[in-house]
Ligand binder design. Sequence first.
Ligand code: CAA
Length: 383
Amino acid sequence: MDFELTSEQREIQELTREFAASEITPCASEWDRERLFPQEVFAKLASLGLMGVCVPEDVGGAGSDFLSYILVLEELSRADAGVGVTLAVHTSACTLPLLAFGTPEQVERYVPPLARGEALGAFALTEAGAGSDAGAIVSHGSESPAGWHLSGAKQWITNGSFADTFILFARTEPDVAGSRGISAFVVDADHVTVTREEHKLGLNSSSTVDLVFDTDVPANRLLGTRGQGFRIAMATLDGGRIGIGAQAVGIAQAAFDVACAYARERRAFGKAIGEFQAIQHKLATMATEIEAARLLVYRAAWLKQSGKPHTMEGAQAKLFASEVARRQTAEAIQVLGGYGYTKEAPVERYFRDAKVTEIYEGTSEIQRLVIARALLGQIGRDV
Ligand code: CAA
Protein backbone atom coordinates (compact mmCIF):
# COMPACT_ATOMS: atom_id res chain seq x y z
CA MET A 1 0.00 0.00 0.00
CA ASP A 2 1.43 3.36 -1.00
CA PHE A 3 -0.09 6.59 0.33
CA GLU A 4 2.34 8.89 -1.54
CA LEU A 5 1.14 10.90 -4.50
CA THR A 6 3.35 10.56 -7.56
CA SER A 7 5.51 13.53 -8.52
CA GLU A 8 3.16 14.25 -11.45
CA GLN A 9 0.11 14.18 -9.16
CA ARG A 10 1.86 16.52 -6.69
CA GLU A 11 2.77 18.91 -9.52
CA ILE A 12 -0.82 19.04 -10.75
CA GLN A 13 -2.06 19.56 -7.18
CA GLU A 14 0.43 22.39 -6.65
CA LEU A 15 -0.32 24.00 -10.01
CA THR A 16 -4.05 23.99 -9.25
CA ARG A 17 -3.52 25.24 -5.69
CA GLU A 18 -1.44 28.19 -6.92
CA PHE A 19 -3.89 28.99 -9.69
CA ALA A 20 -6.83 28.84 -7.28
CA ALA A 21 -5.08 31.04 -4.73
CA SER A 22 -4.32 33.76 -7.28
CA GLU A 23 -7.27 33.59 -9.68
CA ILE A 24 -10.22 32.18 -7.73
CA THR A 25 -10.01 32.72 -3.95
CA PRO A 26 -9.80 36.53 -4.16
CA CYS A 27 -12.99 36.66 -6.28
CA ALA A 28 -15.07 33.83 -4.81
CA SER A 29 -17.10 35.96 -2.37
CA GLU A 30 -18.00 38.41 -5.12
CA TRP A 31 -19.03 35.65 -7.53
CA ASP A 32 -21.19 34.18 -4.76
CA ARG A 33 -22.78 37.53 -3.89
CA GLU A 34 -23.35 38.60 -7.49
CA ARG A 35 -24.23 35.09 -8.74
CA LEU A 36 -21.55 35.35 -11.43
CA PHE A 37 -20.44 32.41 -13.56
CA PRO A 38 -16.70 33.10 -14.01
CA GLN A 39 -16.36 32.12 -17.66
CA GLU A 40 -12.84 33.56 -17.89
CA VAL A 41 -11.60 31.12 -15.23
CA PHE A 42 -12.43 28.15 -17.45
CA ALA A 43 -10.46 29.64 -20.33
CA LYS A 44 -7.48 29.92 -17.98
CA LEU A 45 -8.00 26.38 -16.67
CA ALA A 46 -8.05 25.27 -20.30
CA SER A 47 -4.71 26.93 -20.97
CA LEU A 48 -3.28 24.92 -18.04
CA GLY A 49 -4.71 21.70 -19.47
CA LEU A 50 -7.10 21.29 -16.54
CA MET A 51 -10.37 21.09 -18.51
CA GLY A 52 -9.35 17.61 -19.66
CA VAL A 53 -6.75 16.61 -17.13
CA CYS A 54 -7.58 12.87 -17.12
CA VAL A 55 -8.42 12.67 -20.82
CA PRO A 56 -5.84 10.95 -23.09
CA GLU A 57 -3.49 13.27 -24.97
CA ASP A 58 -4.43 11.87 -28.38
CA VAL A 59 -7.96 13.28 -27.95
CA GLY A 60 -6.92 16.66 -26.62
CA GLY A 61 -6.49 15.98 -22.90
CA ALA A 62 -3.53 16.27 -20.55
CA GLY A 63 -3.21 12.48 -20.27
CA SER A 64 -3.01 12.35 -16.46
CA ASP A 65 -4.83 9.84 -14.29
CA PHE A 66 -8.22 10.04 -12.58
CA LEU A 67 -6.67 10.76 -9.17
CA SER A 68 -4.94 13.82 -10.66
CA TYR A 69 -8.35 15.05 -11.79
CA ILE A 70 -9.72 14.42 -8.28
CA LEU A 71 -6.87 16.50 -6.82
CA VAL A 72 -7.78 19.32 -9.23
CA LEU A 73 -11.42 19.20 -8.14
CA GLU A 74 -10.44 19.24 -4.47
CA GLU A 75 -8.17 22.27 -4.88
CA LEU A 76 -10.63 24.22 -7.02
CA SER A 77 -13.50 23.48 -4.62
CA ARG A 78 -11.36 24.63 -1.71
CA ALA A 79 -11.31 28.02 -3.40
CA ASP A 80 -14.80 28.02 -4.96
CA ALA A 81 -17.13 25.01 -4.96
CA GLY A 82 -19.09 26.43 -7.92
CA VAL A 83 -15.97 26.30 -10.08
CA GLY A 84 -15.44 22.76 -8.77
CA VAL A 85 -18.87 21.49 -9.79
CA THR A 86 -18.64 23.13 -13.20
CA LEU A 87 -15.45 21.22 -13.96
CA ALA A 88 -16.80 18.04 -12.33
CA VAL A 89 -19.90 17.90 -14.52
CA HIS A 90 -17.97 18.97 -17.61
CA THR A 91 -15.42 16.16 -17.13
CA SER A 92 -16.99 13.23 -15.27
CA ALA A 93 -20.52 13.61 -16.57
CA CYS A 94 -19.87 14.63 -20.17
CA THR A 95 -16.34 14.10 -21.49
CA LEU A 96 -15.69 10.75 -19.77
CA PRO A 97 -18.97 9.01 -20.78
CA LEU A 98 -18.37 10.20 -24.35
CA LEU A 99 -14.94 8.58 -24.22
CA ALA A 100 -16.32 5.42 -22.64
CA PHE A 101 -19.42 4.91 -24.77
CA GLY A 102 -18.95 7.07 -27.88
CA THR A 103 -18.32 5.74 -31.37
CA PRO A 104 -14.92 6.68 -32.84
CA GLU A 105 -16.75 9.37 -34.84
CA GLN A 106 -18.45 10.79 -31.73
CA VAL A 107 -15.17 10.76 -29.78
CA GLU A 108 -13.34 12.52 -32.61
CA ARG A 109 -16.04 15.15 -32.99
CA TYR A 110 -16.87 15.92 -29.35
CA VAL A 111 -14.02 14.97 -27.02
CA PRO A 112 -11.10 17.18 -28.23
CA PRO A 113 -13.00 20.49 -27.91
CA LEU A 114 -14.27 19.45 -24.46
CA ALA A 115 -10.86 18.24 -23.30
CA ARG A 116 -9.16 21.42 -24.55
CA GLY A 117 -11.81 23.54 -22.84
CA GLU A 118 -13.04 25.06 -26.10
CA ALA A 119 -16.46 23.57 -25.33
CA LEU A 120 -18.24 23.05 -22.01
CA GLY A 121 -20.17 19.86 -21.22
CA ALA A 122 -23.40 19.11 -19.36
CA PHE A 123 -25.42 16.06 -18.30
CA ALA A 124 -29.20 16.21 -18.71
CA LEU A 125 -30.78 13.33 -16.81
CA THR A 126 -32.98 14.77 -14.07
CA GLU A 127 -36.62 15.76 -14.70
CA ALA A 128 -39.43 17.14 -12.55
CA GLY A 129 -40.67 13.63 -11.86
CA ALA A 130 -37.33 11.84 -12.02
CA GLY A 131 -34.74 12.89 -9.43
CA SER A 132 -33.71 10.03 -7.13
CA ASP A 133 -35.88 7.76 -9.26
CA ALA A 134 -33.84 8.43 -12.39
CA GLY A 135 -35.50 5.54 -14.24
CA ALA A 136 -38.82 7.45 -14.23
CA ILE A 137 -37.84 9.95 -16.94
CA VAL A 138 -40.54 10.76 -19.49
CA SER A 139 -38.62 12.85 -22.03
CA HIS A 140 -39.29 11.16 -25.29
CA GLY A 141 -37.11 9.95 -28.14
CA SER A 142 -38.44 8.37 -31.33
CA GLU A 143 -36.91 7.56 -34.68
CA SER A 144 -37.59 10.24 -37.27
CA PRO A 145 -36.60 10.79 -40.91
CA ALA A 146 -33.73 12.97 -39.65
CA GLY A 147 -32.57 10.33 -37.19
CA TRP A 148 -34.16 10.94 -33.79
CA HIS A 149 -36.84 13.30 -32.57
CA LEU A 150 -36.23 14.28 -28.96
CA SER A 151 -38.77 16.15 -26.85
CA GLY A 152 -39.14 16.89 -23.17
CA ALA A 153 -37.95 18.98 -20.25
CA LYS A 154 -35.08 18.68 -17.79
CA GLN A 155 -34.39 20.25 -14.39
CA TRP A 156 -31.33 21.11 -12.26
CA ILE A 157 -28.98 20.91 -15.21
CA THR A 158 -25.53 22.07 -14.11
CA ASN A 159 -23.66 24.22 -16.69
CA GLY A 160 -26.92 24.52 -18.69
CA SER A 161 -26.61 28.19 -19.68
CA PHE A 162 -23.00 27.86 -20.83
CA ALA A 163 -22.68 24.30 -22.12
CA ASP A 164 -21.99 23.48 -25.76
CA THR A 165 -22.46 19.71 -25.50
CA PHE A 166 -25.15 17.85 -23.55
CA ILE A 167 -25.46 14.18 -22.77
CA LEU A 168 -29.22 13.91 -22.77
CA PHE A 169 -31.39 10.98 -21.69
CA ALA A 170 -34.80 10.16 -23.19
CA ARG A 171 -37.25 7.29 -23.15
CA THR A 172 -37.04 5.61 -26.55
CA GLU A 173 -38.99 2.45 -25.71
CA PRO A 174 -42.36 3.61 -24.35
CA ASP A 175 -43.53 0.01 -23.97
CA VAL A 176 -40.59 -0.93 -21.78
CA ALA A 177 -41.21 0.12 -18.19
CA GLY A 178 -38.51 1.76 -16.07
CA SER A 179 -34.83 1.96 -16.71
CA ARG A 180 -34.50 -0.39 -19.69
CA GLY A 181 -36.45 1.89 -22.04
CA ILE A 182 -34.02 4.82 -21.81
CA SER A 183 -31.35 5.84 -24.35
CA ALA A 184 -28.55 8.40 -24.17
CA PHE A 185 -27.82 11.04 -26.83
CA VAL A 186 -25.08 13.57 -27.42
CA VAL A 187 -26.70 16.85 -28.36
CA ASP A 188 -25.35 20.28 -29.32
CA ALA A 189 -26.57 23.28 -27.33
CA ASP A 190 -28.62 24.69 -30.21
CA HIS A 191 -31.04 21.75 -29.79
CA VAL A 192 -32.08 22.75 -26.27
CA THR A 193 -33.63 25.90 -24.84
CA VAL A 194 -32.85 27.13 -21.34
CA THR A 195 -36.10 28.30 -19.74
CA ARG A 196 -34.96 29.28 -16.24
CA GLU A 197 -31.79 29.79 -14.24
CA GLU A 198 -32.18 28.38 -10.73
CA HIS A 199 -31.76 30.66 -7.71
CA LYS A 200 -29.86 28.49 -5.23
CA LEU A 201 -28.83 28.49 -1.56
CA GLY A 202 -25.17 28.22 -2.55
CA LEU A 203 -22.86 27.33 -5.44
CA ASN A 204 -23.82 30.70 -6.85
CA SER A 205 -20.90 30.81 -9.27
CA SER A 206 -22.29 27.76 -11.08
CA SER A 207 -25.13 27.58 -13.57
CA THR A 208 -28.17 25.37 -12.83
CA VAL A 209 -31.07 25.51 -15.26
CA ASP A 210 -34.35 24.12 -16.46
CA LEU A 211 -34.37 23.32 -20.16
CA VAL A 212 -36.80 22.13 -22.82
CA PHE A 213 -36.26 20.51 -26.22
CA ASP A 214 -38.38 19.49 -29.17
CA THR A 215 -35.86 18.78 -31.86
CA ASP A 216 -34.49 16.44 -34.50
CA VAL A 217 -30.94 15.15 -34.18
CA PRO A 218 -29.01 12.95 -36.64
CA ALA A 219 -29.06 9.18 -36.09
CA ASN A 220 -25.39 9.23 -35.14
CA ARG A 221 -26.13 11.17 -31.93
CA LEU A 222 -27.32 8.04 -30.11
CA LEU A 223 -24.69 7.35 -27.43
CA GLY A 224 -24.14 3.66 -26.77
CA THR A 225 -26.87 1.30 -27.84
CA ARG A 226 -30.60 1.86 -27.85
CA GLY A 227 -31.98 1.13 -24.36
CA GLN A 228 -28.53 1.32 -22.72
CA GLY A 229 -29.04 4.89 -21.49
CA PHE A 230 -29.81 4.16 -17.86
CA ARG A 231 -26.76 1.96 -17.46
CA ILE A 232 -24.64 4.68 -19.09
CA ALA A 233 -26.08 7.16 -16.59
CA MET A 234 -25.34 4.88 -13.64
CA ALA A 235 -21.79 4.08 -14.80
CA THR A 236 -21.22 7.82 -15.30
CA LEU A 237 -22.47 8.61 -11.80
CA ASP A 238 -20.21 5.91 -10.33
CA GLY A 239 -17.23 8.08 -11.29
CA GLY A 240 -19.02 11.41 -10.87
CA ARG A 241 -19.75 10.68 -7.22
CA ILE A 242 -16.02 10.39 -6.49
CA GLY A 243 -15.64 13.90 -7.91
CA ILE A 244 -18.40 15.24 -5.64
CA GLY A 245 -16.62 13.56 -2.73
CA ALA A 246 -13.48 15.49 -3.71
CA GLN A 247 -15.50 18.68 -3.91
CA ALA A 248 -16.83 18.07 -0.39
CA VAL A 249 -13.29 17.45 0.92
CA GLY A 250 -12.12 20.71 -0.66
CA ILE A 251 -14.95 22.72 0.91
CA ALA A 252 -14.40 21.12 4.33
CA GLN A 253 -10.64 21.77 4.12
CA ALA A 254 -11.26 25.43 3.31
CA ALA A 255 -13.52 25.72 6.37
CA PHE A 256 -10.92 24.01 8.56
CA ASP A 257 -8.17 26.35 7.31
CA VAL A 258 -10.19 29.42 8.30
CA ALA A 259 -11.19 27.95 11.67
CA CYS A 260 -7.62 26.97 12.50
CA ALA A 261 -6.19 30.39 11.61
CA TYR A 262 -8.91 32.10 13.63
CA ALA A 263 -8.27 29.87 16.66
CA ARG A 264 -4.64 30.99 16.67
CA GLU A 265 -5.50 34.70 16.53
CA ARG A 266 -8.75 35.28 18.33
CA ARG A 267 -8.29 35.94 22.01
CA ALA A 268 -10.74 35.40 24.86
CA PHE A 269 -10.25 35.25 28.63
CA GLY A 270 -6.67 36.44 28.11
CA LYS A 271 -5.47 33.82 25.61
CA ALA A 272 -5.90 32.55 22.06
CA ILE A 273 -9.10 30.49 21.80
CA GLY A 274 -7.00 27.67 20.30
CA GLU A 275 -5.59 27.18 23.79
CA PHE A 276 -8.99 26.11 25.08
CA GLN A 277 -9.73 22.40 24.96
CA ALA A 278 -13.25 23.07 23.65
CA ILE A 279 -11.78 24.57 20.45
CA GLN A 280 -8.87 22.11 20.28
CA HIS A 281 -11.32 19.19 20.26
CA LYS A 282 -13.32 20.76 17.48
CA LEU A 283 -10.22 21.26 15.33
CA ALA A 284 -8.97 17.75 16.06
CA THR A 285 -12.29 16.20 15.04
CA MET A 286 -12.52 18.38 11.94
CA ALA A 287 -9.03 17.46 10.74
CA THR A 288 -9.53 13.76 11.45
CA GLU A 289 -12.87 13.52 9.67
CA ILE A 290 -11.60 15.50 6.67
CA GLU A 291 -8.57 13.23 6.35
CA ALA A 292 -10.76 10.11 6.58
CA ALA A 293 -13.03 11.51 3.86
CA ARG A 294 -10.01 12.34 1.69
CA LEU A 295 -8.68 8.79 1.99
CA LEU A 296 -12.04 7.32 0.98
CA VAL A 297 -12.16 9.64 -2.03
CA TYR A 298 -8.58 8.89 -3.11
CA ARG A 299 -9.11 5.15 -2.69
CA ALA A 300 -12.26 5.23 -4.82
CA ALA A 301 -10.36 7.25 -7.46
CA TRP A 302 -7.53 4.72 -7.42
CA LEU A 303 -10.01 1.87 -7.85
CA LYS A 304 -11.58 3.63 -10.82
CA GLN A 305 -8.29 4.38 -12.56
CA SER A 306 -7.14 0.81 -11.92
CA GLY A 307 -10.19 -0.49 -13.74
CA LYS A 308 -11.55 -2.09 -10.55
CA PRO A 309 -15.18 -2.05 -9.33
CA HIS A 310 -15.94 1.26 -7.61
CA THR A 311 -19.72 1.65 -7.50
CA MET A 312 -19.97 1.02 -3.76
CA GLU A 313 -16.66 2.67 -2.89
CA GLY A 314 -17.55 5.84 -4.84
CA ALA A 315 -20.91 6.00 -3.06
CA GLN A 316 -19.18 5.52 0.32
CA ALA A 317 -16.69 8.27 -0.48
CA LYS A 318 -19.41 10.72 -1.52
CA LEU A 319 -21.68 9.82 1.39
CA PHE A 320 -19.00 10.24 4.02
CA ALA A 321 -17.26 13.26 2.52
CA SER A 322 -20.50 15.18 1.96
CA GLU A 323 -21.69 14.57 5.53
CA VAL A 324 -18.24 15.61 6.84
CA ALA A 325 -18.45 18.79 4.74
CA ARG A 326 -21.89 19.68 6.08
CA ARG A 327 -20.92 18.91 9.68
CA GLN A 328 -17.49 20.54 9.67
CA THR A 329 -18.43 23.70 7.81
CA ALA A 330 -21.01 24.20 10.59
CA GLU A 331 -18.28 23.60 13.18
CA ALA A 332 -16.10 26.20 11.46
CA ILE A 333 -18.90 28.74 11.91
CA GLN A 334 -19.06 27.73 15.58
CA VAL A 335 -15.32 28.32 16.04
CA LEU A 336 -15.66 31.79 14.50
CA GLY A 337 -18.77 32.54 16.59
CA GLY A 338 -20.83 35.57 15.55
CA TYR A 339 -18.21 36.54 12.97
CA GLY A 340 -18.65 33.15 11.28
CA TYR A 341 -22.36 33.84 10.83
CA THR A 342 -21.70 37.01 8.85
CA LYS A 343 -20.85 37.64 5.19
CA GLU A 344 -17.52 39.07 6.38
CA ALA A 345 -16.08 35.56 6.80
CA PRO A 346 -16.16 32.93 4.04
CA VAL A 347 -17.35 30.07 6.26
CA GLU A 348 -21.07 30.81 5.81
CA ARG A 349 -20.49 30.32 2.04
CA TYR A 350 -18.72 27.04 2.66
CA PHE A 351 -21.67 25.92 4.83
CA ARG A 352 -24.17 26.81 2.08
CA ASP A 353 -22.03 25.23 -0.64
CA ALA A 354 -21.43 22.02 1.35
CA LYS A 355 -25.11 21.19 1.71
CA VAL A 356 -25.65 20.37 -1.95
CA THR A 357 -22.97 17.69 -1.90
CA GLU A 358 -25.46 15.62 0.13
CA ILE A 359 -28.05 16.08 -2.63
CA TYR A 360 -26.71 16.07 -6.18
CA GLU A 361 -25.25 13.12 -8.07
CA GLY A 362 -27.50 11.08 -5.76
CA THR A 363 -28.69 12.07 -2.28
CA SER A 364 -27.15 10.53 0.84
CA GLU A 365 -30.23 8.31 1.01
CA ILE A 366 -29.50 7.02 -2.52
CA GLN A 367 -25.82 6.49 -1.66
CA ARG A 368 -26.88 4.34 1.31
CA LEU A 369 -29.21 2.42 -0.99
CA VAL A 370 -26.39 1.83 -3.51
CA ILE A 371 -24.01 0.74 -0.73
CA ALA A 372 -26.55 -1.56 0.92
CA ARG A 373 -27.51 -3.18 -2.39
CA ALA A 374 -23.84 -3.81 -3.17
CA LEU A 375 -23.25 -5.28 0.30
CA LEU A 376 -26.28 -7.52 -0.04
CA GLY A 377 -25.44 -8.54 -3.60
CA GLN A 378 -28.64 -6.94 -4.87
CA ILE A 379 -27.06 -4.80 -7.61
CA GLY A 380 -24.63 -5.48 -10.41
CA ARG A 381 -21.41 -3.57 -9.71
CA ASP A 382 -20.00 -1.68 -12.70
CA VAL A 383 -22.31 -3.47 -15.12
N1 CAA B 1 -23.45 0.74 -13.40
C1 CAA B 1 -24.02 0.19 -14.49
N2 CAA B 1 -25.30 -0.27 -14.50
C2 CAA B 1 -25.99 -0.16 -13.36
C3 CAA B 1 -25.45 0.41 -12.20
C4 CAA B 1 -24.12 0.86 -12.24
N3 CAA B 1 -23.55 1.42 -11.17
N4 CAA B 1 -26.39 0.39 -11.24
C5 CAA B 1 -27.49 -0.17 -11.77
N5 CAA B 1 -27.24 -0.51 -13.05
C6 CAA B 1 -28.13 -1.20 -13.98
C7 CAA B 1 -28.69 -2.44 -13.33
O1 CAA B 1 -27.81 -3.55 -13.48
C8 CAA B 1 -29.96 -2.62 -14.10
O2 CAA B 1 -29.65 -3.14 -15.38
P1 CAA B 1 -30.65 -4.14 -16.15
O3 CAA B 1 -31.88 -3.37 -16.43
O4 CAA B 1 -29.91 -4.53 -17.36
O5 CAA B 1 -30.89 -5.28 -15.19
C9 CAA B 1 -30.44 -1.20 -14.32
O6 CAA B 1 -29.28 -0.38 -14.23
C10 CAA B 1 -31.46 -0.74 -13.30
O7 CAA B 1 -30.88 -0.84 -12.03
P2 CAA B 1 -31.75 -0.74 -10.71
O8 CAA B 1 -32.87 -1.73 -10.77
O9 CAA B 1 -30.83 -0.81 -9.54
O10 CAA B 1 -32.40 0.71 -10.84
P3 CAA B 1 -33.34 1.52 -9.86
O11 CAA B 1 -34.46 2.06 -10.64
O12 CAA B 1 -33.63 0.72 -8.62
O13 CAA B 1 -32.43 2.80 -9.49
C11 CAA B 1 -30.82 4.07 -8.28
C12 CAA B 1 -31.20 2.72 -8.92
C13 CAA B 1 -29.47 3.77 -7.64
C14 CAA B 1 -31.79 4.50 -7.22
C15 CAA B 1 -30.68 5.14 -9.39
O14 CAA B 1 -31.93 5.51 -9.89
C16 CAA B 1 -29.94 6.36 -8.92
O15 CAA B 1 -28.71 6.39 -8.89
N6 CAA B 1 -30.68 7.43 -8.56
C17 CAA B 1 -30.06 8.72 -8.26
C18 CAA B 1 -29.95 9.54 -9.51
C19 CAA B 1 -28.83 10.53 -9.44
O16 CAA B 1 -27.78 10.28 -8.87
N7 CAA B 1 -29.00 11.64 -10.12
C20 CAA B 1 -27.96 12.62 -10.24
C21 CAA B 1 -28.29 13.54 -11.33
S1 CAA B 1 -26.87 14.22 -12.12
C22 CAA B 1 -26.27 15.42 -11.11
O17 CAA B 1 -26.68 15.60 -10.01
C23 CAA B 1 -25.12 16.19 -11.69
C24 CAA B 1 -24.97 17.53 -11.09
O18 CAA B 1 -25.62 18.44 -11.41
C25 CAA B 1 -23.89 17.75 -10.10
